[in-house]
Design a protein around this ligand. Structure first.
Ligand code: SPV
Ligand code: MG
Length: 430
């Protein structure tokens, strides 16, 4: 019997996939090469379903004999191993980011006289369209919560953008850019204390209380599907933090970051212009370990934010704290700095690479923003958070609009600073 190979990144199966499998089945015995999460994220959003779930679905489809892992977008490894007579793929990959992959498949198959068969792309249905529909329906807390750990294992760096209300979270959810043959978007949402407070015209001193912050999270949950990382400030007293963790898990939030400060929390970007009091290491470790015990699911992440560099307490103190927090069971380390040159951040990361046991490292490059994501990856970071940029960019336009209307005593001149009414209506869910 002829051997047929079908590479697929399927998430939710639709009749377009079945058309491909039916065609493949007519040609011989079908092996599906199922793309790993890592491979899918090279050209699309991470699938809603996990790899093992996607595999099980495909294994139970008529005509599929075997499902094997395809680790990369590139087919080479599997093709050389299996030497199929045919590869079957829809015509859609003739253009776009996968066209080079297609070329390579053709030339490898040539080596043993294999052939690429390309049934017509099924019009009227697409995985991205289905995902869109799924967003309208929403997602479950379980699926959303898990998503951050999955992204961490699938992507070189998880890209996170700040949102402070429903509309800004829709921008994080939906903005896409095609650049250098890649489809780029944000992977997750940062619910910042600075921007949540600023949007309410309040200081970033933990004054905006938990009930209010939960309302912001709830507005964001309502209209998005991407995972959420919460800025938990200091986490409050240990007993409160334990409750907060359970609460966030229940909502489907993926992670909370708490900072090792005490007293009246002041925003880190003030640096030492204001009093920045560091929490005692033992107290902070107890907060972490108690919260880890309180946690109900295994997906949720409790991330420790080290403020030693902000408070000018020195590199040794920062490294000592990183070791202690990891020992206490933290799931990630965020190292913060307000220095423009980034030197202390890279020095910290150099030392951090020598640790025997590491957890994901988080960068918040608000000050040292000349560095690219690739440079952060090279330094060893796993998550990058753009912590305040949507709010900061909206504000100047609002100010200009207000000034323009006062100057001209009409709104015509302010149109240039405004989104059209149509655009606003388009961005909102039906
Ligand atoms: C926030 O976004 O609220 C943060 C990051 O905590 S920073 O403002 O840099 O302290
Ligand atoms: Mg904050």
């Amino acid at each position: 019997m002829k051997q047929v190979y079908v590479g697929m990144g399927t998430d939710i199966i639709h009749h377009g996939h079945i058309n491909i499998i039916e065609k493949a089945r007519e040609l011989g015995e079908v092996t599906v090469g199922l793309l790993s999460d890592e491979a899918v994220t090279k050209f699309s959003r991470i699938p809603f379903l996990e790899y093992e779930e996607r595999k099980r679905i495909l294994e139970n489809i008529k005509g599929v004999s075997k499902v094997v892992l395809q680790k990369t977008l590139d087919y080479e490894e599997n093709l050389r191993k299996l030497k199929p007579d045919y590869v079957v793929h829809g015509t859609d990959w003739k253009v776009g980011p996968q066209k080079h992959v297609r070329q390579k498949v053709i030339s490898i198959l040539d080596e043993w006289g294999g052939r690429l068969v390309e049934p017509d792309y099924t019009e009227g249905i697409s995985s991205s369209g289905l995902r869109e529909a799924l967003r309208e329906i929403g997602t479950t807390p379980d699926i959303r919560r898990k998503m951050l750990r999955r992204l961490l294992s699938a992507k070189p760096i998880v890209r996170v953008m700040e949102a402070h209300n429903g509309i800004s979270s829709l921008i994080v959810e939906e903005t896409k850019v095609e650049a250098e043959g890649e489809l780029r978007e944000f992977d997750a949402i940062w619910v910042s204390s600075l921007t949540d407070s600023t949007a309410k015209g309040k200081p970033d001193t933990e004054y905006v209380d938990r009930t209010s912050r939960i309302q912001t999270i709830s507005d964001i949950l309502d209209v998005t599907t991407k995972p959420i990382i919460l800025d938990g400030d200091t986490g409050g007293p240990i007993e409160h933090f334990e409750l907060m963790v359970k609460n966030m898990e229940r909502l489907g939030v993926s992670a909370v970051i708490i900072e090792d400060k005490s007293g009246l929390k002041r925003n880190s970007l003030f640096g030492t212009e204001v009093k920045q009091e560091l929490e005692d290491i033992d107290v902070f470790c107890e907060k972490i370990s108690n919260a880890k015990k309180a946690q109900v699911t295994s997906d949720f992440m409790i991330i420790s934010r080290i403020e030693s560099l902000i408070a000018n307490a020195g590199m040794d103190e920062a490294l000592k704290r990183a070791k202690a927090y990891i020992e206490a069971g933290t799931d990630g380390i965020m190292i913060h700095s307000r220095k423009k040159d980034g030197e202390e951040i890279f020095e910290f990361m150099k030392e951090y690479q020598k640790f025997d046991y590491k957890v994901p490292a988080i960068s918040v490059p608000s000050s040292y923003n000349q560095f690219t994501e690739q440079e952060l990856i090279d330094a060893g970071f796993n998550i990058v958070i753009y912590a305040n940029h949507l709010l900061r960019s909206a504000f100047p336009a609002m100010k200009k609009t207000a000034e323009s209307i006062l100057t001209h005593k009409r709104s015509l001149e302010a149109d240039q600073y405004c989104m059209s009414i149509k655009e606003i209506l388009d961005i909102l869910p039906n």
